[in-house]
Structures are given as C-alpha cells and as structure tokens.
Write a protein that binds this ligand. Sequence first.
Ligand code: SF4
Length: 212
Amino acid sequence: MGGPGTSGMREVPRIRREATDPVPSAESGRRAAWDRLAREIHACRRCPLGSRRTHAVVYRGTLSPRVVFVGEAPGAAEDRAGIPFVGRSGRRLDAAIARIGLAPSDWGVLNLLKCRPPSNRFDRAAAHTCRPFLDRQLALLRPNGLVTLGASALRALDPRAPPVLEAAGVPRTVGPRWLFPLIHPAAALRSRRLTERWEHDVDALGRWLIAG
Ligand code: SF4
C-alpha cells in the first residue's frame, strides 16, 4: 500500500480555507452556469436572426422563480433594450402579474426565440434551432410551473394542447410541471373581446396560484 511519500511523488500542499472565504455553494454554481449560458446566447449566430438583431434577449426576473412566463419572440422594444417584455405587451403583462399578486421574487419571463424575427413574424425554423437555449434556461431556473403567452409558446411546450383560444385559462400538466396557457398580451390589445378574455384568464391563473 502506498502511503504518503512512498510513490516518490511530491505531496501537493493543501490550500487552507480561512473562515472568511466564501464557501462555493450549489447556488453560486447555478449562477455561474446561468451567466455562461447568457454569454453563449449573446454570442450565438446559429440561425439567420442572430445577424439581424441589435441585442439578444435572454431573461427578466429572479433566478429562483415559482413561475416562468414564456412568450414567443422579442419585438422592437425588446431588441433595443435587450430585455424581454418591455414594450406595450410587457406593460400589459406586468399589470396582470401585479393584479394577481405575484412578488418580484416569484416570477420571470423569457421567450422561445432570443433574437427578434423580421416584422415580428414568428420563425418556426429559428425556434427549433434556438430551443436548446430555452431547455437549458428552464433546467437552471427550475420553476414549479410555466405560463405560456400565445399560440406558438403553447404549441412549443405542449404540442398536444388544443388551439390557444380553447386551451387558455385552464391549467394542464406537462411532464413534471403544470402549464397554464394564456393568449398573448399583444392579442389582448386587439379587441374588447380579447381584452376581456385576457382578464378572465389572468384571474383564473391568480386563483390557480393561490390554490396551489
Ligand atoms: S434566435 Fe436563438 S439560435 Fe438564432 S441566433 Fe438568436 S440565440 Fe441563436
């Protein structure tokens, strides 16, 4: 049996950790993994949208959310700011979140696509290429549930769901999490009927969160 010094190799001195040194934790590892992922997204040119964007748009919210809202793609305001849901739709979403009483420590928001598609037209091929980023984000964020915003987000996260106007406002189960579909807040700005539908379904989400 080779004890210390018997192999002829020099013993590597151990580094003594002082009581004041920060202790690496699972949380700091997760934070570092998140920062690496964000840098990868900002550098990405895997699809044609990467060369047209002003900024890649990664995430807004806490890194320990109960709920993650999932939209489709950044618009012009988000592309300029590099932050998701900061335009008119974002203001409507923020108002809804305040109305159901979610605290900033409860939630976050991101999009399927990290770069703005031309004319804000959702690009399915780009979303397929971009999907691994979304999956890695959700694996790091580990929310209890997802709220999809609009038809494309619902289809991407629950391909077996019925059309969004049928599915919205009713919780579903997808894999280990619940999923609550809503129409897109931009759609809610289009007509009185859709505004009422948005408000009705947001209230249903609030009741679902209280019950859960
Ligand atoms: S949309 Fe996604 S895959 Fe395409 S360049 Fe942007 S980050 Fe990369």
